[in-house]
Design a protein around this ligand. Sequence first.
Ligand SMILES: C[S@@+](CC[C@H](N)C(=O)[O-])C[C@H]1O[C@@H](n2cnc3c(N)ncnc32)[C@H](O)[C@@H]1O
Length: 187
Amino acid sequence: MIKRSLEFARQLIFESLRDGDIAIDGTAGNGNDTLLLAKGVGEKGKVYAFDIQQEALDNTYKLLVNNKLERRVVLIKESHDCLKQYLGNLKAKAIMFNFGYLPGGNHEIITKLESTIPAIEQGLEILQKNGIMSLMLYPGHYGGKWETDGVITLAKNLNPRHYTVLHYNLINLQNFPPQLLLIQKKI
Ligand SMILES: C[S@@+](CC[C@H](N)C(=O)[O-])C[C@H]1O[C@@H](n2cnc3c(N)ncnc32)[C@H](O)[C@@H]1O
């Protein structure tokens, strides 16, 4: 079965995780990706989840509590371009970015290319060998096309000896469908 982009990203990321791994959610939002990562890293693992909105972190915390997984997650109210500041020398097996606005929240608070690019660059440094980063991009909303094009340009220019990059795009969908990039670090 060919999966929708987000479903495909989630499956690949989940399958890559093992007990004890470190994972990062660069955009916690309503917590769905954070929850998936928390399940994937197991009892001994840790997830670091970032969002600039308290509402998003509250929603994420509630979802984790409902699933009794809140102890596996560190919630951080900070922009994702501060990843390195919080992770230090830790290496992550998986990093998820799901850009755009908070569903059910203020649609004017969106991820922006100026912080998205440094966040991705820091994430690529933090990623361990064979680790995977997923990037869900939404060109349909105001500012989304600019961000999508900028991120795809960055990804296209990554050294192929260091990274494998997949652009997953369901091309017969109408109205600016979401775009998924998957980046695996080779060395
Ligand atoms: C599409 S939502 C994320 C969905 C989420 N991963 C989930 O599973 O429900 C995008 C989120 O990015 C957050 N955001 C916007 N700018 C950000 C930034 N600079 N750093 C971290 N999060 C940011 C928004 O507040 C919003 O909650």
